[in-house]
Structure formats: C-alpha cells, structure tokens
Write a protein that binds this ligand. Structure first.
Ligand code: ZN
Ligand code: ZN
Length: 396
C-alpha cells in the first residue's frame, strides 16, 4: 500500500530545511544563481541528469518511468521580491532588500521533495516527469524565456502542473479551479502632457495634474459601466508622479498601473475603453497623452479534465482536507499561464496561513510567512497528481 502523505511527512525535515535555506538566501528574478546551484546539486545527488541555464537561470531534469507514456511537467518558481523582510524569523533573509514574500522558496523545496517521492516510485510510472525550476515569475518573463529555450520540447510536454502556497486561506485548505484560476494582467503607463506654469496663474497653463486626476476617476467607470456586473475586471492606477513644488504647475504627469481580466471579450472591451476614456478626458482638458499597455500574463485557465484528475487525486490522498473545487479564482496573475497556453494543465492552491501563529500576512507583504505544516500535503498531492496522470494509480 502506497501512502504518499506518510512518505511526504517522513521527508518533512528535508523539505523544511530546503525551504528555510532558500528563504534565507533569496534572489531576484534571473539572478537565482545560488538557488539554481542548490537545486542542481540536489537533483544531481539523486542521480538525475540536470540542465542548467534554461531560460536564464532555470534548471530542468527528467525522471523517466519504467514504461513509456506521456510527459508531465511540474514547475516551481524560484525568484524572490525586492522587499525588506520584517518577519523576524530565524531563517529571515540574509540578502538585504530581497525577500521570499510570495512563497516561491516553498515551491522550490516542495518540487525537490516531489522529485524524491517520484524517484521512489519510478517503477510505477508509465511516462516521464519533467521537473522545471523556473526563474523570474514575478512579472519578468521567466516562463516565456524557458519556453523559448525549448522547455516544452524534447521530450514534448503533454500536461503541465504547478501549485502555489496560498496565505489567503488556512493550512488544510486546497483550491482546484476548473477553468479560470488567476487573472490575465496588463501593465500600463500613461504620460499626460500639458503646459507648465505658475500655480497662481492656471489660466496660462494647461494643468496635467487636473487632467490626471480626472483620468484616474474616469477609468473607474470602465469596470462599473462598461463591464457586465456578472463578469470580472480590475483597473488600478498604482503610481502617480508629477510636479516638484507647491507653486508650479508641472508640464507632465506619469501614471502607471495594472488591468486584470479573465475572458478575452472582457479584456478587449476594457482595453478599448481604457484608450478611449484616457484620450477623450485628456483631450477635453487640452492635454496630450501617451498610452503604453503591455501584456504581462494571459489568464491562468485550468484544463477541466486535468483539474478534475487533480481533484480526484486530492480527495483520495487528503480525504479530510477542505477542498474548494470548480470556482476558486483570484485576480492575482501568474506566468504559469504561458505554459498553459501551450499545453493543458492545472495550477492549484495549497492553503498556508495560520492566524493563531501570526502566519497570515498577505503575499508580497514584508511579514509574509507560511505555516510550514502545509509542505507535506503540497508535495504528496503534487506527487499523487503526477502519478495519477501517468496512469499508474496510487492505491492508498
Ligand atoms: Zn508573487
Ligand atoms: Zn507567487
């Protein structure tokens, strides 16, 4: 009888030690040199052949099962964020100004543990598992770079799986969406150009601050007036910069922010209105505008069949877990979406918060930390999902 949860529990000390090591040594996107080195060393010690420098600092290894079959890719992201850590944890960042505030340290440790578990069951695998340790998930294009470097080929990947520890939900919870899981994101920059002048003589100036303020307000009409109340979208202006002193109307104001949507039709409509609203409001107030919108990630859309299989694996492996199936979605974005544009897959969430222990700060917060007791469930579920996809079945 295989009990993958017990096997993952037996590796808990290993998983935690790896996670804490990565946590103490965070590295920004495309600079995950030490992290990639540790990952490569660990995988090599397991007897795996390792490719490094994939898509920048990415690491890839293949576990070949005893019988032929499909290829399942499992991805972990390795990058940290430019945040000054305030957790006060014994394993807090030793790299000032850089912090694992999203949980990618846990993902990397969980995938190393998954590799160990899968290797112990190699003979039961009909097919192969591609272990993908990705750089630069945080809006820097790591997934695209790995794809450009051929990570989905040789051998060709049939199914892609990944997970995220999730502090919006308590430890013990699992979220497996069928269809949309995370939003698609664009980032934008708007430059509003007027005519500078004396703050006391506004009639001789063209005030870009006033125009920018009207633009910020008017942009909120897109979600409330142009998108169906039954659909989902976000338009957020997150920075606004203009002016140097109290009595000078500046010549320009710069705004940046983000747009989040799930459905292509909603996205098209929002982007269309975004441009119209800005141009017309600015034009009406005598200002000129430059608008630059860049796509950051597509929406993360789970394949219904793959998600159902992962759900079946979760229910069998963790019968007492609280599982939200079907419609758990978040407006955050995730560049795993780029892999799932190419191959069917599933991106699922593992609850990691524990309010009683004070481990419930939000992702990207300086006090973000997780309840590490979620780690064995994460590794066991990922391993079970892979094994179930490679149609060997795990009898518990
Ligand atoms: Zn993040
Ligand atoms: Zn993340």
């Amino acid at each position: 009888m295989t009990d993958l949860f017990a096997e993952a529990q037996a590796l808990f000390e290993y998983t935690r030690a790896m996670r804490r090591d990565f946590h103490a040594h965070p590295e920004l996107g495309f600079h995950e040199v030490r992290t990639a080195g540790v990952v490569a060393k660990e995988l090599t010690s397991l007897g795996l052949e390792v490719s490094t420098g994939v898509g920048g600092t990415g690491v890839v290894a293949l576990i070949e099962g005893s019988k032929p079959g499909p290829v399942v890719m499992v991805r972990a992201d390795m990058d940290a964020l430019p945040i000054v850590e305030e957790t006060g944890a014994a394993y807090a960042s030793l790299n000032p100004g850089v912090m694992h505030a999203c949980g990618h340290d846990a993902h990397t440790a969980v995938l190393l543990t998954t590799a160990r578990l899968l290797l112990a069951h190699k003979n039961e695998l009909s097919g192969s598992v591609k272990l993908v340790f990705q750089p630069a998930e945080e809006g820097m294009g790591g997934a695209e770079k790995m794809i450009a470097d051929g990570v989905l080929e040789n051998p060709r990947v049939d199914t892609a799986l990944a997970l995220h520890v999730w502090n919006e939900m308590p430890v013990g919870w699992i979220g497996i969406a069928s269809g949309p899981a995370m939003a698609g994101a664009e980032i934008f920059k708007i430059v509003v150009r007027g005519k500078g002048g004396h703050g006391a003589v506004p009639q001789l100036a063209v005030d870009p601050i006033y125009a920018a303020a009207q633009i910020v307000s008017s942009l909120q009409s897109i979600v409330s007036r142009n998108v169906s109340p039954l659909k989902t979208a976000v338009v957020s202006v997150c920075t606004i910069h203009g002016g140097e002193t109290f009595n000078v109307i500046p010549p320009r104001v710069e705004l940046t922010g983000t747009i989040r949507t799930f459905e292509p039709q909603v996205r098209t409509r929002v982007l269309e209105r975004f441009e119209q609203v800005i141009r017309q409001v600015a034009g009406g107030l005598g200002c000129e505008v430059d608008i630059d919108v860049q796509r950051l990630t597509p929406a993360t859309i789970n394949d219904a069949a793959v998600a159902q299989k992962v759900l079946d694996s979760a229910r069998r492996l963790l019968p007492h877990a609280e599982i939200t199936a079907g419609n758990y979605i978040t407006m955050g974005s995730e560049d795993f979406a780029f892999f799932m544009e190419k191959v069917p897959g599933c991106f699922f969430f593992i609850g990691s918060a524990n309010a009683e222990k004070g481990l419930d700060a939000a992702h990207h917060h300086p006090r973000f930390d997780i309840d590490e007791s979620c780690l064995p469930s994460a590794a066991a579920l990922m391993t079970t999902a892979v094994m179930d996809h490679l149609s060997c079945g795990t009898s518990l």
